[in-house]
Write a protein that binds this ligand. Sequence first.
Ligand SMILES: NC(=O)c1ccc[n+]([C@@H]2O[C@H](COP(=O)([O-])OP(=O)(O)OC[C@H]3O[C@@H](n4cnc5c(N)ncnc54)[C@H](OP(=O)(O)O)[C@@H]3O)[C@@H](O)[C@H]2O)c1
Length: 408
Amino acid sequence: MKTISVLGSTGSIGTQTLDIVEEFPAKFKVVALTAGRNLPLLVKQIQRHNPEVVALADESLIPELEQQLQTLSQTKGPHTSPQILGGPDGLNAAASWKSAELVVTGIVGCAGLLPTLAAIKAGKDLALANKETLIAAGPVVLPELQKSGSRLLPADSEHSAIFQCLQGTPWAENARLSTGIPTPGLRRIQLTASGGAFRDWSAKDLIKATVKDAISHPNWSMGRKITVDSATLMNKGLEVIEAHYLFGIDYEFIEIVIHPQSIIHSMVELADSSVLAQLGWPDMKLPILYCMSWPHRLETPWRRLNLTDVRELTFRAPDTAKYPCMELAYAAGRLGGTMPAVLNAANEQAVAEFLDEKIHFIDIPKMIETACELHKTDWSESPGLEDILLIDKWSRKIVQEQVSKRGS
Ligand SMILES: NC(=O)c1ccc[n+]([C@@H]2O[C@H](COP(=O)([O-])OP(=O)(O)OC[C@H]3O[C@@H](n4cnc5c(N)ncnc54)[C@H](OP(=O)(O)O)[C@@H]3O)[C@@H](O)[C@H]2O)c1
């Protein structure tokens, strides 16, 4: 029985993780849950999974949560009450909870950074969905992984595909997982991208893109932020940086390929020119389950992939003029140091402003580019945690200022 902490349990990754736990009650047990503000769902999850601890990011909601749990125990009979914590310290405590063996990081954005570091420092293995943490703070996270011996198992479907293709190589058996150390024999990575909500739109029509259009993903069902990131292709740009940190491969050997069917989840080219790919229906449960069961595979009743149902697998090069975020991410990744943190925070803020309907879809890359340009004079190669946190705040402020200037 593997014990699991689920950070961001009320989100898309979190709920799918809990679905898996329910499918395999003899294999997994939830010991810790964290959420932002979604009390109704969190209460249901507590009733179902009976965790030892629960942490709410918004600690002002703790009295309401306690009240709801008390009412439930009066009306539906006694059940074990979890310890309830709140705020940043509460999230860190849940992330490093003693009885947890694996921590699934499903918090969205850089808000996941401190809990992720807490889990690493406590020596937990991680199923990493919260890519923003690694992108913003790779120079801080990687040394901590090496110190603590925590293993970083990729839950992102593309990085899971790469990881799965590399099983059985000497690297996978002998080296530590995912510490930015170059993977012997790995020559090239091809990250597949669905193309997001606007893959069939012309670049000139993007001026008309609404929030409703951007959050309608053709293949995947995900949270709002990552769905917008898929529409700008920033998600793929962030994944390029994630792949660089996870597998220690240079940017010139990480390529993006548009693959509208989302059946091939990514490909690796090895030293002898062999190319390996991992295939499956677009369903995040598979990469999450693989993190949870690794190095084993569990028998599932899930829909089997039949290529005659899929009929065709197509590929094309991405249009860099239509998707400027991709190039911004490559440039930030190549420079490294503090620049990916600036890119990530500017993107988070710009996407939030777009979702609030304060800016157009096409403004997102422009605002990120401005933040990255302004940061060039203050760029630092080897930032510490404090530097990253300050830069994150600064970058969000730069985007907010651009938005207010437009409003005035
Ligand atoms: N969804 C996918 O299929 C997918 C695929 C690959 C990678 N990922 C990555 O996984 C992460 C989660 O994505 P998602 O789509 O699951 O997001 P989501 O559906 O928006 O869920 C986000 C979760 O984070 C919590 N949260 C929000 N703000 C928080 C804060 N300030 N402090 C603590 N918790 C906070 C939310 O709590 P409340 O809802 O309770 O407020 C929710 O539980 C992202 O980094 C994303 O890039 C997701």
